[in-house]
Design a protein around this ligand. Structure first.
Ligand code: N01
Length: 537
């Protein structure tokens, strides 16, 4: 590749990313005897949990399930303190894993991979860092994450703001003191919904600029009790197996057995209330038809709207916070602590930028059509170029020079979300077309890492140098992903699942809605049939 200023050792596998995918890849590949190195732009491990350090950042999957299951001693030894772990605790867990398995010696930090080109004759990927170094590897695995390309919206005047600017998706590592400050937050997605109550506690005044309200359920977070921990640890292998093989989400919830429309209004009310009181995303599993039937979904949506009206004292603010133009659960459900109640605080103002859009950012705040807002600190909680963004930032080229960006210009195309035809020996962990963001992502990561590493091992055993999905297998899978999504309400929302949050991004439903159980069976079946749909050389 032109511009190269030196070559590292030739690796069996180069891994891009040192989050939960990258860490497990290193561990597994090393155990199989392959040479592997991971590269990450960050200064340390953790991926998403390295960058998203905003106040209030936590996982919305329960700690006992949001962790690796591949090593029984690891899962028994680690002790989570709360039902929903904080970002620092999850990062401490990742550090523990890295130390326990001595993973950091095979990671290069502060290293951004800018390009990856495949040389057919040499059967090698050459990865180019942003500093112009080249790394050669037989296989390249993109462990780049689904929500890792944070984005600032393009708003006129943004560069002129004279105060401090922070981003939830790339929060400073040093403490940020917001006490007494006037703060403006743009965005009301999961990140903002977690950050807003915490920021409101410190700020002199907080302006929340909301374009689209989100549905949020209470976390009811609490310290874990020894009994609850024991109920998991005593049966961890079986419970993990169940989560992997028998659930759609890779997480054990109380799964519904009945349609919302078959239940009486009184039964529904009691069931929604029971789940609301228990807290967390378990709420969305109350009935079987909540993501497939709009009338069923509306019963859950109206329950949440009534809760908002009951909590938020100002009726106009309550109405603004109540989503009405998309079915509940078609955007990722948010899980909060005190979000709606925060709008009762005298120092918090909700600004409806749907009706009165932001015109520009000014040196002292921002201006909508009707009003000027002055603040000292601006927080972008404006989300990510999800699922494809991190890959799009790398110049990935196959043997014929064709780049992945052009191939995916009308939407991502990948067989099982794992490989894209025309890009041999290039794997993607939790790529578009896999359950990924619709699941407990660590469950999905483990399954993908195991598939990929087993495949590379299989190739070594059979003396095979090159794997590429067949175009027709990929086309069939992409059509299947679309069909399954089309059978649900999910494509009805302008969500990041659909690419709708990025101007100009094709509107394609990207994750696989079929469930991790069904997806895993499909993968296993394909392997059992000699990697059906893949071509080897
Ligand atoms: O991002 P989002 P996020 N002008 O895209 C608004 C995971 N996550 O970082 O909807 C004004 O959801 C945008 O408005 P609209 C989780 O999967 C998990 O919050 O486009 N506003 C929206 O309100 C989640 O779904 C956890 O109208 C603009 C917000 O910014 C995913 O990450 C915690 C705008 C973006 O919301 C992403 O969540 C946090 C503009 N130009 C995140 N552009 C947990 O595990 C965007 N917005 C708990």
């Amino acid at each position: 590749m032109p511009g190269s200023s030196g070559t590292e050792d030739r690796l069996d596998v180069a891994v891009v990313g040192a989050g939960f995918s990258g860490l497990y890849l290193i561990h597994r590949l090393r155990k199989l005897g392959f040479s592997v190195r991971a590269f990450d732009s960050a200064g340390d491990i953790g991926g998403t949990w390295y960058w998203n350090r905003y106040p209030g950042a936590r996982c919305d999957v329960e700690s006992m399930q949001y962790s690796y299951s591949f090593d029984e001693d690891l899962q028994r030894d680690w002790n989570w303190s709360e039902r929903f772990a904080t970002q620092p605790e999850i990062l401490a867990y990742a550090q523990h894993v890295a130390e326990r398995f001595d993973l950091k010696r095979d990671i290069r930090f502060n290293t951004t991979i800018a390009a990856a080109h495949y040389d057919e004759a040499a059967q090698l990927w050459t990865l180019m860092t942003d500093k112009g170094e080249a790394i050669e590897a037989r296989f390249c695995v993109m462990a780049t994450g689904c929500l890792s390309a944070a984005r600032d919206p393009e708003i006129k005047g943004a560069a002129r703001f004279a105060g401090a600017v922070y981003r939830t998706g790339n929060w400073p590592h040093e403490p940020v003191d917001l006490s007494g400050k006037r703060v403006g937050v743009i965005g009301t997605g999961s990140s903002a919904i977690q950050a807003i109550p915490e920021i409101a506690r410190q700020a002199g005044h907080l302006f929340v600029f909301q374009r689209t309200p989100n549905f949020s359920v209470p976390a009811k977070n609490a310290p874990l009790t020894p009994d609850y921990v024991a109920s998991w640890k005593d049966d961890y292998p079986a419970l993990r197996k169940r989560a992997r093989e028998e659930t759609r989400s890779g997480t054990i919830y109380e799964f519904a057995v009945k349609s919302a429309l078959e239940a009486t209004p009184e039964e529904r009310e009691a069931e929604y209330q029971r789940r609301w009181d228990k807290g967390g995303a378990n709420f969305m599993h109350a009935y079987t038809d909540l993501v497939v039937d709009e009338r069923a979904s509306e019963t859950a949506a109206e329950f949440v709207r009534r809760k908002i009206r009951a909590v938020v004292k100002d009726a106009r603010t309550a109405e603004l916070l109540s989503p009405k133009d998309y079915p509940i659960f078609t955007k990722r459900i948010c899980v909060d602590t005190d979000y709606y109640a925060t709008f009762n605080c005298a120092n918090v103002t909700l600004v409806d930028i749907r009706r009165d859009p932001i015109q520009e950012i000014t040196p002292t705040g921002l201006r909508t059509g009707a009003q000027d807002f002055d603040f000292d600190v601006l927080v972008y909680a404006t989300g990510f170029d999800a699922m494809t963004g991190a890959l799009d930032r790398i110049d990935i080229r196959g043997p014929d020079g064709r780049d992945l960006r052009s191939k995916w210009a009308h939407g991502p195309r990948a067989y099982l979300g794992l490989m894209s035809a025309g890009f041999p020996n290039l794997f993607i962990v939790t790529g578009p077309g896999s359950p990924s963001v619709l699941s407990n992502v660590i469950t999905s990561i483990e399954q993908h890492v195991e598939f990929i590493t087993d495949c590379i091992d299989h190739m070594r055993a059979k003396g095979l140098a090159r794997i590429d999905p067949a175009q027709e297998a990929e086309d069939r899978w992409v059509a299947h992903v679309g069909e399954v999504a089309g059978g649900t309400l999910l494509p009805k929302a302008a969500s990041w699942y659909m690419g709708a949050n990025i101007p100009g991004k094709p509107r394609v439903f990207m994750p696989y809605v079929g469930g991790v159980d069904r997806y895993r069976r499909a993968c296993n079946d394909i392997v059992a049939k000699g990697y059906e749909g893949f071509t080897f050389a």
